[in-house]
Design a protein around this ligand. Structure first.
Ligand SMILES: Cc1cc2nc3c(=O)[nH]c(=O)nc-3n(C[C@H](O)[C@H](O)[C@H](O)COP(=O)(O)O)c2cc1C
Length: 203
C-alpha cells in the first residue's frame, strides 16, 4: 500500500458524508485508473450474499446510481431484498469507503436519458444480453446481436424495459484511512432521526 496517506479524524470529516465522499472521490480521480468502479453487494430473499463490480454513474444528495439489467442476479436480489452495500477502494491514498442503504429503481426518464447517451453498440448489447442467464455458446450471443441490429436497422434504439438504473439511498457510511503504524483511522456516519451522527471506530 502506498505511503501517500494523510491522517483522518472525526474533526477532519465533513458533517455531511456526501461532501466527505465528494472530497475523497475527487482526490481518488487524480490517482485511480477507474475511480467509478465500485463493488455492490446484495442478498437474495434467503440471505445469500453476492457482490460484483459496477460503474458508478451519478452521485448526489438522492444517492448513488448505477445501471444494469433488472432481470440479472442483482436485479432479482434487489427485488427480493432492496438493500445493498457499496465498497470503494483507493489504493494510492490507502482509503476505503463503505456505504449502505436501501435501493430503489431510478425513474424511467432518468434511465432513458442515460441509455440515450450510450454508444449504439452498448444499446444493442443491452437488448441482446439476457444478463446473468445461461448461454449455450458465444455464438448464441453474437447471433442475438445480429438480430437486434437487424430489428432496429438505422432507427434509434429505445431502452429495453428490463434495463435501467438503481439508486442506493445511504443511511450509513464508513471512511477508512490507512496508516503505516496499522492504527488505521475509521470514521462512521449513521443517519439517525434525519441527521448524520459521526463516530470514530477502532481499526
Ligand atoms: C469494472 C467493472 C465494471 C462493471 N460495470 C457494470 C455495470 O455498470 N453494470 C452492470 O450491469 N455490470 C457491470 N459489470 C459486470 C458485473 O460485475 C456483473 O458481471 C454483471 O452485472 C452481472 O452481475 P449479477 O449476475 O450479479 O447481476 C462490471 C464489471 C466490472 C469488472
Amino acid at each position: 500500500m502506498s505511503e501517500r496517506w494523510i491522517p483522518f479524524d472525526v474533526t477532519d470529516a465533513d458533517a455531511n458524508p456526501l461532501a466527505q465522499w465528494n472530497r475523497w472521490y475527487a482526490e481518488g480521480v487524480e490517482v485511480v485508473r477507474e475511480p467509478e468502479a465500485i463493488s455492490v453487494a446484495t442478498a437474495d430473499g434467503t440471505g445469500r450474499i453476492s457482490s460484483r463490480m459496477v460503474l458508478l454513474r451519478s452521485v448526489d444528495e438522492r444517492g448513488f446510481v448505477w445501471f444494469t439489467n433488472y432481470n440479472s442476479r442483482k436485479g432479482n436480489d434487489l427485488h427480493a431484498n432492496p438493500q445493498a452495500a457499496i465498497l470503494w477502494y483507493c489504493e494510492p491514498l490507502g482509503r476505503q469507503i463503505r456505504i449502505e442503504g436501501h435501493v430503489t429503481k431510478v425513474s424511467d426518464e432518468e434511465s432513458d436519458v442515460y441509455f440515450d447517451s450510450r454508444p449504439r453498440g452498448h444499446q444493442i448489447g443491452a437488448h441482446a444480453s439476457n444478463q446473468s442467464h445461461p448461454l449455450t455458446s458465444r455464438r448464441e450471443l453474437e447471433n442475438r446481436v445480429v438480430q437486434v441490429e437487424a430489428a432496429f436497422a438505422d432507427a434509434p434504439i429505445p431502452r429495453p424495459r428490463h434495463w435501467g438504473g438503481y439508486r442506493l439511498v445511504p443511511d450509513h457510511f464508513e471512511f477508512w484511512q490507512h496508516r503505516t503504524d496499522r492504527l488505521h483511522d475509521r470514521v462512521l456516519y449513521d443517519l439517525i432521526n434525519g441527521s448524520w451522527q459521526l463516530e470514530r471506530y477502532a481499526p
